[in-house]
Design a protein around this ligand. Structure first.
Ligand SMILES: *[C@@H]1O[C@H](CO)[C@@H](O)[C@H](O)[C@H]1NC(C)=O
Ligand SMILES: *[C@@H]1O[C@H](CO)[C@@H](O)[C@H](O)[C@H]1NC(C)=O
Length: 245
């Protein structure tokens, strides 16, 4: 008797939660993805349940890399078209997570050491043995970086990662092949609690106030590329996995 009542209770709760739209029906994952990349859907916390598989296939399959590649190509094309002043103030901003360091397949966390020791070896070898094309194919962010440096851009990494993870970030950047930069800006204690949008705007404004020209800006979040002094041109890397406002 008790059990039957309990089952009825749960059945009812389940039915109501469906009616309330708790389970999103008829989500077209491609449409949802397009909407998040274009910033039409904002402040989403989770990938809709129906789209978990889609996002998994997208990220781990070929499409993500293809989509990243076209961003990287256009970034490089634009960068090459510029004539730099060459006074050390021609800046390019890179976000770190999902832009500079791929979280795939390692899902690097800001507080975790990027487990790429095996990779590191292969990559440094690739660089010297001329397997450039393959490297660029696999690591688009690195490819952009390696192209910008000899053009004379000064690289600034701007990340929402807390200052206390600085040395882990440096370790990961170097291990992945990013050997030099002008500035690595991490979120200080005083900035904890500010949104990514406000924090990144503030840091970019400080750069501009110090005389830097932000010519380009590459990130995976809209909060990387919106706001004050976002740069002469911004580029967005696809990211249907999370939203940082
Ligand atoms: C990117 O650029 C490379 C080399 O210039 C070219 O071979 C490739 O087709 C381009 N890919 C895309 C998606 O634009
Ligand atoms: C970048 O933008 C600034 C401000 O709009 C402009 O004065 C400058 O000419 C631009 N630089 C380039 C290289 O396009």
């Amino acid at each position: 008797m008790r059990l039957a009542a309990l089952l009825l209770f749960f059945a009812t709760v389940f039915a109501i939660s469906r009616v309330d739209g708790y389970i999103e029906q008829d989500v077209d994952c491609l449409s949802w993805h397009l909407a998040v990349e274009t910033n039409n859907v904002r402040n989403w916390k989770l990938v809709p349940e129906e789209c978990e598989q889609y996002v998994g296939h997208y990220m781990l399959g070929k499409q993500y890399r293809k989509d990243f590649k076209i961003v990287a190509n256009n970034t490089i094309e634009y960068a090459k078209s510029l004539t730099l002043v060459g006074d050390g103030k021609d800046i390019w901003i890179f976000d770190i997570d999902k832009t500079t360091l791929s979280n795939l397949p390692y899902y690097a966390r800001s507080d975790a050491i990027w487990l790429i020791l095996g990779h590191y070896h292969t990559m440094t070898q690739s660089l010297t043995s001329g397997l450039w094309r393959e490297l660029c194919h696999q690591y688009r962010g690195l490819c952009v970086y390696q192209t910008l440096l000899p053009l004379g851009f000064k690289i600034v990494f701007l990340t929402g990662t807390a200052e206390r993870f600085k040395y882990i970030r440096i370790f990961n950047l170097k291990a992945a092949g990013y050997h030099t930069w002008e500035k690595l800006i991490l979120k200080e204690e005083a900035d904890q609690g500010t949104s990514a949008l406000v924090y990144k705007s503030k840091k970019r404004t400080e750069l501009v106030d110090s005389g830097c020209r932000i010519l380009g800006n590459l990130g995976d979040q809209w909060s990387d590329i919106l706001g004050d002094n976002s740069g002469n041109r911004t580029f967005k890397v696809p990211d249907p996995m999370y939203y940082i406002g």
